[in-house]
Design a protein around this ligand. Sequence first.
Ligand code: BGC
Length: 451
Amino acid sequence: MVWLSCGLAALAGLLFGMDIGVISGALPFIVNEFHVSTLMEGWIVSSMMVGAALGAMGAGAISQRFGRKKALLYSSLLFFVGALVAVMSTGPNVLVIARILLGLAVGVASFTAPLYLSEVAPERIRGTTISFYQLMVTIGILAAFMSNLAFSYIESWRWMFGVLMVPAAMLFIGVLMVPNSPRWLASRDRFDEARAVLNKLRSSKTEIDYEMGEIEESINAEQKSRGFQMFKENPNFRRSVMLGICLQLVQQFTGMNAIMYFAPQIFQMSGFEGTAAQLWSTVATGLVNVLATFIAIGFVDRLGRKPILYAGFAVMAASMAVLASILVIGPTTTFLQYTGMASLLIFVAGFAMSAGPLIWTLCAEIQPLNGRDFGLSCSTVANWVGNFAIGQFFPVMIAAIGGAMTFGILSVLNVVFIIFTLLLIPETKGISLEKIEKNLMSGKPLKDIGS
Ligand code: BGC
């Protein structure tokens, strides 16, 4: 039952990924058909991020009021409608509306799915299930890259959007079958239903009693206010909210999405000419992104979150430094070109094995129950704002200071993130959400709230 619930919730990740991946392939055909200006082109890309930030903002209230399950259902409907409007777009303005709808859907989904997973999974596999969600994000991106490639032969960007309706419908039907989150039920004073759900999700009565006890305790803690009220009143909660926001900004400023959105251009800068080579290289980045996520899935609940993050940031810093150096020398020989390409792929692997899945995991773990929706909503908004900023500024930076300098800056940032991990990130492996909450509320330093 746990795996079924997690598998279905993770479908939301697939849609998240497809939404990110679809636009790079669709855009050239859209530009061709509607003859849009560069400004409008930028809007067609970034309106999705704006919608997602708004969706993530509203998602906290929706999931607190109606529950995680209903929030996922609403988001699947929005996905479906957004894709349908895109398919039927008569002009660029309608397409922007479609992108905003898809954004709203992805905003709600990217907030709700990790939250639901963290609340449903037993603690010993919590990291694995959320990393599994990220795996679905990466599969979604790859699927979109491949479907873009396939539909590019019939030059149909409408089909590229049309395929999104299939997973949207699957998510809708699937979510109807999964139970509500026991922690949400309990937070609405529906303790009997919460216990009934745990009965389905856990194997022994002792486990259920213990978990119910912990949940009740954290609900009855002196902290009575919720959400924004709690944020205003409680300095300890403010710390976890700030940490969540920083974690997501860190994830975005690794520079991963610069590569997800502009891979073909970066390959061109490293000396690869011709659209075919660039498109196939893009598919290669998508594939590496999927495969390296398995490293996180395999180790997150064994080695812990922090060791994997150190390794990931180090790999990203080193590979960006190599790429920057190659651009300084100039990709004059085949050896240098391939080294450039390899460093890009190694960078993607570094992200996929660490910050990709683990930031979502940590953000879902560090917030106290009464403020989880608010805290997670803030960090998810930060993810999309950061995503938007990278999408907007990366090309500007490349134009203004050049590739070598831009990648050099990204390398330095990843070194800074190693220090950030050391000083601020807690190790949350194998500890219950309620214990993390107790530590946070008792004022322990952030890096120690997991022990
Ligand atoms: C990030 C996305 C990114 C994706 C790449 C996710 O964890 O939040 O911004 O595009 O990973 O796989």
